[in-house]
Design a protein around this ligand. Structure first.
Ligand code: C2O
Ligand code: CU
Ligand code: CU
Length: 491
């Protein structure tokens, strides 16, 4: 039986039985280094995808979606999925104003899609569940990049399959550059002092295969792994030049919330959120990112002695704390001053909004009957509804500005974090439980964490493109279980 079938029907299928026992997560504390590679592997930096069009005004790429395998554990090959490689995908880098074309060739035996997370894009090229790429076919998006510099990402989004395909390795970064990112005096040499950091966790069977959703608990809670990967590598080491380094952090996990910090609690500066640069750098000692969220940070390593070792720590918050990566300082200093300002932001004012929509995210008990009221009968829903691709949930007039007020009303027994992600737009957070959000959440966002009991108000303009887009919880197991809806922008 296919896993998506049993997820849909809520059965405790033993879909993966016979593949061996699970490696059980440790209680807390660091996962012992001896279990994994122990910082002997260098951090892999995803290569930049080759632009086949040298004109500058346009960019054209080729991407193959295929099966792969990786030896995460000695002598055991894990079956994976990858874009142009065994696991994860290359980094796509484009410029604002550029014409963007890509051939996405699906060599899998299953349907997939390719969604540009965070991109302001015509609906037909959004790559959500409405744009399936069936097995053996190619999809050819062609549009103009219409957005300021930002760290976005791409991942599959086929109905009911997003979590499973991302888990097996389908994800990559999508960087937009513009005059501001060119001009700012910040590190910008990809892979040298401007480094992508894709953080994910995984769970494995003892035979080395990924242990994706096993039962309804995994759906309700999200699949939380007990091994941590950075750019697809367990416990890597990153050697960096002395001085200032820019890390582009992506929580690329399915359902984890990460608190990210350094072992010496050093201060770093957040310079960008999901939608691009903040107005000015925000000093912090730790940052929380839920699944799908990004942050760019500047870290100063100019005071370190040569070969100093600093650890990047990742606290799963609902699981383990990991020493995720070791950073070794080497090379000559290029001391840079911290910029005072980054990009002047045009604020979206509440007075612009033509209406407020309310959304309740909750776990509902469905039906009784044979399901009973146990975990099997529980369902994740937004405003009491589960995703239906044949239903448009919200209709929005093109050019309007709206406030969306989202409440996580998870019941006493099931205190579940959720998040909300909107396709097409970059919004602004007005308030979190009535309070102004912290500075690093005051820039543009496309995904926001909503803890149990919280109400988050966001404001957004719906401009340029008409068509149908998704909004959903970005805990991917929740999304696949139907915690998703569709909004249509009409002219
Ligand atoms: Cu990152 Cu609708 O997704
Ligand atoms: Cu998205
Ligand atoms: Cu959720």
């Amino acid at each position: 039986m296919k896993r998506r079938t049993f997820i849909k029907h809520g059965l405790t299928a033993v879909a993966l039985a016979g593949t061996g026992g699970l490696f059980l997560p440790g209680k807390s504390g660091l996962v012992p280094a001896a279990q994994v590679k122990g910082f002997t592997t260098s951090l892999h930096v995803p290569p930049l995808l080759e632009n086949l069009d040298g004109s500058g005004n346009s960019a054209s790429f080729n991407m193959n979606v295929h099966r792969g395998k990786i030896e995460f554990f000695p002598g055991k090959m894990t079956a994976t999925l990858g874009y142009n490689g065994n696991f994860l995908g290359p980094t796509i880098r484009v410029r604002n104003g550029q014409r963007f074309r890509i051939n996405v060739n699906n060599t899998l035996s299953d349907v997939t899609t390719l969604h540009w997370h965070g991109l302001h894009v015509p609906a037909q090229w959004d790559g959500g569940p409405r744009q399936p790429i069936s097995a053996g076919t190619t999809w050819n998006p062609d549009f103009v990049i219409n957005q300021e510099a930002a760290t976005l990402w791409y991942h599959p989004h086929a109905m009911g399959l997003t979590g499973e395909q991302v888990y097996h390795g389908l994800a990559g970064l999508f960087l937009i550059e513009d005059e501001v990112s060119d001009t700012l005096d910040i590190p910008k040499t990809y892979g040298v002092d401007d480094i992508p950091i894709i953080i994910q966790d995984r769970r494995f069977f003892s035979n080395g295969q990924f242990a994706y959703v096993q039962n309804m608990h995994d759906v309700m809670n999200g699949v939380i792994g007990n091994y941590l990967l950075v750019n697809g590598v367990m416990q890597p080491t990153l050697t960096i030049p002395e001085g200032q380094v820019r890390l582009r952090l992506l929580n690329g996990s399915n359902s984890s919330i990460y608190k990210i910090a350094f072992d010496d609690q050093r201060t770093f500066h957040v310079i960008a959120s999901d939608g691009g640069f903040l107005e000015r750098p925000v000093p912090m000692n730790a940052i929380v990112l839920s699944a799908g969220e990004r942050a760019e940070i500047l870290v100063d390593f100019s005071k370190e002695s040569k070969y100093a070792v600093i650890s990047l720590l990742v606290d799963q918050m609902r699981g383990s704390r990991f020493e995720a990566m070791r950073i070794i300082v080497n090379g000559t200093a290029q001391v840079k001053a911290m910029p005072q300002t980054l990009r002047a932001k045009e604020k979206i004012f509440e007075s612009e909004a033509s209406r407020t929509r309310r959304f309740i995210m909750e776990t509902m008990s469905m039906g009784g009957g044979r399901m009973g009221m146990g975990m099997m009968g529980r369902r994740l829903a937004i405003n009491g509804k589960k995703m239906d691709i044949n239903r448009i949930d919200e209709r929005i007039k093109l050019g309007s500005t709206e406030i969306w007020e989202i409440t996580n009303r998870s019941a006493m027994m099931m205190r579940m974090p959720h998040s909300i992600h909107l396709h097409d737009v970059q919004f602004q957070i007005l308030s979190r439980n009535g309070r102004i959000p912290p500075l690093h959440e005051q820039g543009r966002k496309d995904t926001v964490l909503i803890q149990p009991g919280e109400t988050v108000r966001i404001i957004s303009r719906f401009q340029d493109y008409t068509g149908v887009y998704m909004y959903h919880c970005h805990l991917l197991e929740h999304e696949d279980d139907g915690m998703m809806g569709q909004f249509e922008v009409f002219a």
